[in-house]
Design a protein around this ligand. Structure first.
Ligand code: SF4
Length: 277
């Protein structure tokens, strides 16, 4: 019996939309990533961590006062003393620790430019903000990377370490819906790509409404089944998500399933066994 009774985060909701069975497997069993012993040293993730620490620790990054080089030194200090380095680190294929630091330094440099272009450097930004509310009888939850609160409303930013094509605008619409449901207006936002720049996303009330009328209703129907407790299998949606799915080896519909390997030895013709000799 699968039951979900917690507030619904975007990651769970996305699974409900992309492949309900993957969500069910994830709830029924513990995700593989929770037990992964090593830290996979992806530069984008670390760049994000560095900015979060900088905002959380209130390090002065005001223009005119601090220079980028001071900021970079602070970055390196945070990085070196961070918990990341107390764990066993796996580097992406072909990368060394030196490459990683260079990549993070470039990410920080780019991030600094992005924050500066958006005129966010001297603003009270909060990072890793948890937001919870109820929308259409469903408890919704957002963990927002960066939030700027102003008289105009809440601006929402999500940091991305990977390529642009992988970002899903529905994520910010889900966050906007969560914020709006607690009677706070959303003033704007977008994706902060540490390697590329800023991409504005339309999270206006009209865009949120369109999201609600389409994907939200679809995903909520799946979540409702899980909240009621279901004993049957939810439908699969085989496709590109199969590649990174932790359950591809148990799922009967995975597109990644390989035919079983035949380990039996081929019959040797024309060779004599020792008994024949
Ligand atoms: S392998 Fe594919 S179809 Fe199966 S649960 Fe995972 S994502 Fe869904």
């Amino acid at each position: 019996m699968t039951v979900w009774n917690k507030p619904v985060s975007w990651s769970k909701f996305k699974l409900a939309l992309d492949c309900p069975r993957q969500l069910q497997y994830t709830i029924d069993k513990h995700p593989v990533s929770d037990t992964r012993p090593n830290f996979y040293a992806e530069a984008g993730t670390i760049t994000q961590f560095v900015f979060e620490q900088i905002f959380n620790q209130g390090i002065n990054m005001r223009p005119g006062g601090e220079t980028l080089s001071v900021f970079e030194r602070a970055t390196e200090k945070i990085l070196k003393s961070s918990w990341y380095l107390n764990r066993q680190i796996t580097y992406p294929y072909g990368k060394t620790e030196e490459d990683l630091f260079t990549d993070v330094r470039n990410g920080v440099r780019k991030g600094w430019e992005i924050f500066k272009d958006l005129k966010l450097l001297n603003r009270p930004i909060r990072s890793e903000v948890k937001w919870m509310s109820t929308f259409r009888n469903m408890r919704v939850f957002a963990l927002i990377d960066f939030v700027l609160e102003s008289q105009r409303g809440i601006a929402i930013y999500d940091g991305k370490g990977h390529a642009k094509k992988d970002a899903d605008e529905r994520q910010l619409l889900y966050y906007a819906l969560t914020v709006q449901s607690s009677n706070k207006p959303v003033s704007g936002g977008g994706f902060l790509y540490w390697k590329h720049g800023f991409e504005k996303v339309d999270i206006s009330p009209e865009a949120v409404k369109e999201f609600v009328d389409g994907p939200f209703i679809e995903g909520q129907a799946i979540m409702r089944q899980l909240m009621g407790g279901i004993a049957t299998d939810l439908p699969t949606k085989p496709g590109k998500s199969c590649h990174f799915c932790s359950w591809k080896n148990v799922c009967p519909d995975s597109t990644e399933l390989k035919p079983p390997v035949d380990h039996s030895l081929p019959e040797l013709v024309g060779f004599k066994t020792t008994d024949d000799v």
